[in-house]
Design a protein around this ligand. Structure first.
Ligand code: GLA
Length: 754
């Protein structure tokens, strides 16, 4: 036994200096990379955790199969650039000042981040063999959540500009496998976001992207690749990834005929170019990826924890998300001081904690044809300004929030009349309007300063705790005449716009540290890991019908946690779907109310108040617990859904169950739970807003975790009722004894692997 094979690798970064390789070890996975003798950085392993450095192969080039399958294409390069005999998926393409378009990056050195860092890190420097271009490949590890966070930084160390034409964040390689694999992505549209798409991974390339200037309603920068469980495996192994970028993005998943599977992604190469001037650095967004040996729920929970622990602004991430009321669906543009006060008084009776006035409050905003850009209260609607309304909201015990759409301008506005040159446009082309609006060029300093001053004044002169930040159309005619005239590369604007949004949000948050921001783009069009660094929740969808919401929320929850998933009970489904079902659906996330309360009956108001009170008691479990979808509405065509939230200590859990219809009547199967302690007894308590008979009559009210997981919760619904749902709380009463097994370790292993 040599030194390497006898040393157990602990979580962290383990370096083998002699063989120029590094193992990035997390709780359940190992990601290993190394440098070949030619100086190429290649992946050696990604998947289940390995024990010792000796488990890893030497970093060396693969054999050339034929002149058509060169080694440079077959190996798993960590960051393959366009150059030489590379024909697989590429992470980069560059044009040097002399017109050469061939990259040849070789390893130079490695640097480890200090051990004390919360997320240990490794940076590898590569340099082109001929040109003064350096590439830093950055790796960070989230040890507990089995995540690798990658990005790349390009530095021009010469005197002449270099043009980047593709600069992705990373390439990820999955190991060869006999198992068949399924690719899951999220696709959508307005009022139909995050629909789960599953397809077998076969030879070819799958592409998901946004070319709209925002993350988009139409696709999410997230994916998962599941392997069929092999004999002896209990759950599918899942590789999953999420890109932290809110502008144009692209993720490509390529599988060749031998099964070599590569994922590359980052800022989209579509209409992208970046002029890297002498001495400048261009840094890509983070691309986060992980490995889960416990299926899609395991992948989901890892990403949720990462978002809560690392991504979200800390001050708010530690607080419960407030129950909000939003006025949009009740009043649309018909906003007035008195009308909003009436709604606020009703919302306060429900127990709402944050009252948000949506669109329609600012200068000239009588419809969607005017006003965007003029961020001052409209004196015709608020003759006394916003002050008296905010005061009344505070007197009612609620915080105050306001809707804005800073990146936009209506041609019919004071701002546009003063600065028609501030929007994206080509001089010889019409300016395409969508929802009667144009997009401001946030790459421009003067535009950003105007917006900062306008919003900062609003936040300084009023006590505003919350902004709903909307973005209701994609970018078009991406021209930037001034920049072009100064010798700039106008195709940078897609990236500069996104950087501009981040800078504006960051500056406002720095000046108003207790401010919360909700990210909205006509619903869930800007929901990603980068916007969530500076926002606290997301408006999931303009579709608030509970049946649609179950499907949308299931998809959303694959990538993002419940505490950021805004979910309101509105009038959608009223009269058709019981209020309890509608509340249950919204209680799966950050609960809000958006119905026109003026029309709600006394009974509806009482029941709603009761659900809100229940939500406040359980929201710590919803917002910060471990979320498992036990029944998938996508898989059951919307007929069933069941979601369990479990405390970290596994001593409390919530189970939400939904059944849309049961046309043939009859009972359904018991619902098997997960993540409980098998040897603990749990009290089973249905949570009900109204004093109705307990559905548990005739069933035990205490069961062991083992029984709840092996045989399940009994069917608690009436046999015929449509839109039926329940919410059950489980609380540990006692732990019986240790859960012992009499099988020796070796035999247990044999059993699972046979
Ligand atoms: C978008 C949002 C809605 C609402 C309207 C206001 O559609 O998604 O929630 O704020 O804008 O115009």
């Amino acid at each position: 036994m040599n030194d390497l094979s006898s040393v157990m690798m602990e979580p962290g970064i383990v370096a083998d200096q002699g063989r120029s390789l590094w193992a990035l070890v997390t709780e359940h996975s190992t990601y290993a990379l190394g440098v070949t003798k030619e100086g190429l950085v290649i992946n050696l392993h990604w998947g289940p955790r390995l024990a010792t450095l000796a488990d890893l192969p030497d970093p060396s080039l693969a054999l050339t199969h034929s002149s058509h399958d060169p080694a440079l294409t077959s190996i798993a390069e960590e960051y393959p650039g366009f150059g030489g005999l590379r024909y697989g998926e590429l992470a980069a393409q560059v044009v040097f000042a002399d017109g050469v378009r061939d990259l040849d990056l070789r390893y130079e050195r490695a640097e480890l981040l200090p051990d004390s860092a919360r997320l240990p890190g490794l940076t590898l420097s590569l340099r082109d063999r001929h040109y003064p271009l350096t590439l830093l490949l950055r790796y960070q590890l989230d040890l507990a959540n089995d995540l690798i966070i990658r990005s790349a930084a390009w530095r021009n160390e010469g005197d002449e500009p270099i043009r980047l034409e593709r600069a992705f964040s990373a390439a990820w390689h999955l190991p060869h496998s006999f198992a068949s694999r399924t690719l899951t992505t999220l696709a959508g549209q307005w009022v139909g976001e995050s629909q789960i798409q599953r397809r077998p991974l076969v030879a070819g390339t799958a592409l998901v992207e946004s070319r709209r200037g925002i993350t988009s309603l139409n696709a999410a920068p997230w994916l998962a690749i599941e392997s069929e469980p092999m004999p002896g495996q209990l759950a599918p192994e899942v590789y999953f990834a999420s890109l932290a970028w809110s502008g144009n993005w692209m993720i490509r998943v390529n599988c060749d005929v031998t099964g070599k599977t590569t994922v590359v992604g980052g800022i989209s190469e579509h209409d992208f170019a970046w002029q890297l001037a002498a001495g400048e650095t261009f840094t890509t967004p983070d691309f986060v990826a992980g490995f889960a040996d416990d299926g899609l729920n395991g992948a989901r929970q890892r990403l949720h924890r990462y978002v809560r622990e690392t991504v979200l602004p800390t001050s708010q991430a530690l607080q419960p998300r407030p129950v909000l009321y939003n006025s949009w669906e009740a009043t649309t543009f018909d906003v007035s001081e008195q009308g909003q006060i009436e709604l606020a008084e009703l919302a306060a009776r429900l127990g709402v904690e944050l009252f948000v006035v949506d669109d329609g409050w600012f200068l000239g905003r009588v419809s969607d044809t005017a006003g965007l850009g003029d961020w001052r209260p409209d004196p015709r609607k608020f003759p006394r300004g916003l002050g008296p309304l905010i005061e009344r909201v505070h007197d009612l015990g609620m915080a105050f929030g306001l809707w804005v759409e800073p990146e936009m301008v209506n041609p019919d506005s004071e701002l546009y009349r003063a600065h028609p040159d501030w929007v994206y446009a080509f001089p010889t082309r019409a300016r395409s309007e969508a929802r009667n609006q144009l997009v401001l060029n946030l790459g421009r300093e003067d535009v950003r300063s105007y917006l900062f001053e306008a919003l900062n004044r609003l936040l300084t002169e009023h006590s505003i705790a919350y902004l709903k930040w909307d973005m209701n159309r994609p970018i078009s005619e991406p021209g930037w005449a001034d920049y072009l005239a100064q010798g700039g590369e106008a195709r940078e604007l897609w990236v500069r716009h996104t950087h501009g949004v981040y800078a504006l949000m960051d500056a406002l948050r720095a000046h108003h540290p207790s401010l919360s921001i909700e990210s909205c783009a006509s619903g869930g069009g800007r929901a990603d890991l980068a916007i969530l660094r500076r926002t606290d929740q997301v408006w999931t969808s303009d579709n608030t019908h509970p049946e649609a919401r179950l499907l949308i929320q299931e998809g959303f929850s694959l990538a993002l946690p419940a505490r950021v998933m805004g979910a309101w009970v509105t009038d959608a489904g009223r009269g058709q779907v019981p209020l309890a079902f509608r509340f249950h659906v919204s209680m799966l996330g950050a609960l809000g109310v958006g119905g026109n309360l003026i029309h709600w009956s006394a009974e509806e108001m009482d029941e709603a108040a009761s659900w809100i009170a229940i939500y406040k008691q359980i929201r710590h479990l919803v917002q910060d617990g471990e979320q498992s979808w036990l029944l998938s509405p996508h898989a059951t065509r919307g007929q069933f859904a069941a979601v369990q939230y479990t405390s970290q200590a596994r001593d409390q859990a919530l189970v939400f169950f939904f059944r849309r219809d049961q046309v043939f009547g009859g009972s359904h199967s018991p619902l098997r739970l997960c993540h409980l302690k098998p040897n603990a007894l749990y009290r089973i308590e249905p949570l009900r807003a109204l004093p109705t008979a307990s559905p548990l009559q005739g069933y035990p009210t205490v069961l062991s975790g083992a029984a709840l997981m092996a045989t399940g919760l009994p069917p608690l619904l009436d046999n015929w009722q449509t839109h039926a749902s329940y919410l059950v709380k489980l609380t540990e009463i006692t732990v019986l004894s240790t859960w012992r097994t009499h099988l020796p370790e070796a035999e247990r292993y044999d059993r699972t692997s046979s």
